[in-house]
Design a protein around this ligand. Structure first.
Ligand code: SF4
Length: 409
């Protein structure tokens, strides 16, 4: 029905023209477990586990590439985790060379945790082709780092930015966590962002701390809505003043990441490595793509640590687990509403007009909550887009549910 759904959406001119694909590799090893973290990861592993993990990646790639049309020849590459920077570039080289044999890599990102003596590490990563790092700083205030269970110092964060730049990596996005209830009075996130930019960061990604049941933080409390909104406004204003454009709810940067844009626009990407998710490109059998995850994952044995055992459990941990249900047009559209509302420009009106009948769109434009939000400025309807105001972006998920309920009754 909709083999050309992505292209027809009008959102993916780049994708249609150059046929690109995202490749995400989840590296689930960490030196220790941060108490708030809900990602798939383990701090209990041996060298043999790591060997087994890296040895499995090429086979996963081959299996997934069988579903990727031949004409797709451009890829963005992203190593996330976990802590990919635990391992030297040599660990990644065979997989990168295999990917490069098939694709032109147009952006290559590695997540990095701040640590000492990084000069050689960044240099080798640059030689491997890495041109962007996301640095998991989470803060520049020692109280924040201590509360979040991070092991690095503010000075190491700054030193890592300088070292990455000296190695030739100029695109440095720094992750920060905000909304930390016990430290609201003591923290000044504005000065942290200023310091990061002065030190050479090209952007910041600011994530709201949410307390998850499966983590060691489960007894902590989320910050109040008012405090979170106020802090987010400081962040948005500071980034605008410093020349960092907002590309998505959490993302402020001088340059938009090509890889992240694939997620934001609902485009296909491969996920490799235990804990990764993926969306295969459309095929006649799965015209809206096919979702999957890598690894048959069991509930955590103890809060925060998945204690993955890659030798004993290789069958389970390397298995591609396909989504049970065929992805429907309604699923795909609702996912796009969710991710597009988080972007700076919002929902393109041309896209809404292309994919929804007029009478369905009428229920959107006549809805009382939408009309009130448009009148009060929480929502903005420009000539080309329907978008959330900068401050309202934090409530984007709730708006996405509301818009979806009107367009998919
Ligand atoms: S937040 Fe901490 S535990 Fe979680 S993936 Fe990052 S380094 Fe590992």
């Amino acid at each position: 029905m909709k083999e050309h759904f992505f292209q027809a959406s009008g959102l993916a001119a780049d994708f249609a023209a150059r046929a690109r694909l995202g490749i995400y590799v989840h590296v689930p090893f960490c030196p220790h477990i941060c108490p708030y973290c809900d990602f798939v990861k383990t701090a209990r592993f041996t060298k043999a586990d790591v060997d087994a993990f890296f040895a499995a990646l090429p086979a996963q790639l081959d299996l997934l590439l069988a579903s990727v049309p031949e004409h797709i020849r451009v890829a963005t590459l992203y190593f996330g985790g976990g802590t990919p920077s635990l391992f030297p570039a040599a660990r990644y080289k065979p997989l990168v060379e295999k990917i490069r044999a098939r694709f032109e890599i147009e952006e290559f990102t590695v997540e990095s945790n701040p640590f000492s003596n990084v000069e050689k590490h960044f240099k080798e990563m640059f030689e491997l082709g890495v041109d962007r790092i996301t640095l998991g700083a989470q803060g520049l205030n020692p109280l924040v780092l201590n509360y979040l269970g991070r092991k690095h110092s503010p000075e190491q964060v700054v030193q890592n930015i300088l070292s990455a730049r000296a190695a030739g990596i100029e695109n440095i996005q720094v992750d920060l966590i905000f909304g930390i209830r016990p430290l609201q009075q003591q923290r000044n996130i504005v000065s942290e962002i200023e310091k990061l930019v002065q030190s050479g960061a090209s952007g910041v990604s600011c994530y709201l701390l949410t307390i998850e049941e499966s983590t060691a933080f489960r007894a902590e409390e989320n910050a109040s809505d008012e405090a979170v909104v106020a802090e987010y406004e400081y962040i948005s204003q500071t980034c605008a003043r410093l020349g960092l454009a907002q590309h998505e709810t959490s993302n402020f940067s001088r340059t938009a990441s090509r890889h992240n844009r694939l997620y934001w626009y609902g485009l296909p990407y491969l996920g490799l490595g235990t804990g990764a998710h993926g969306l295969l490109p459309p095929t006649p059998e799965h015209p809206l793509g096919r979702r999957y995850q890598v690894g048959q994952l069991q509930p955590r044995s103890q809060a925060g640590d998945d204690a993955l055992s890659f030798r004993e459990d290789s069958e389970r941990l390397f298995e591609i687990v396909w989504a049970q249900e065929q992805r429907t047009r309604s699923d795909a559209l609702q996912e796009m509403i969710l991710t597009l509302l988080r972007t700076q420009s919002g929902l393109p009106l041309a896209w809404l007009n292309a994919v929804y009948p007029n009478q369905v769109l009428e229920s959107l434009w006549q809805d009382a909550r939408i009309c009130r939000a448009l009148a009060s400025g929480f929502l903005e309807r420009t000539v080309t887009h329907l978008r959330l105001s900068p401050a309202e972006k934090l409530r984007g998920d709730s708006w996405a549910v509301h818009v979806s309920s009107l367009l998919h009754p």
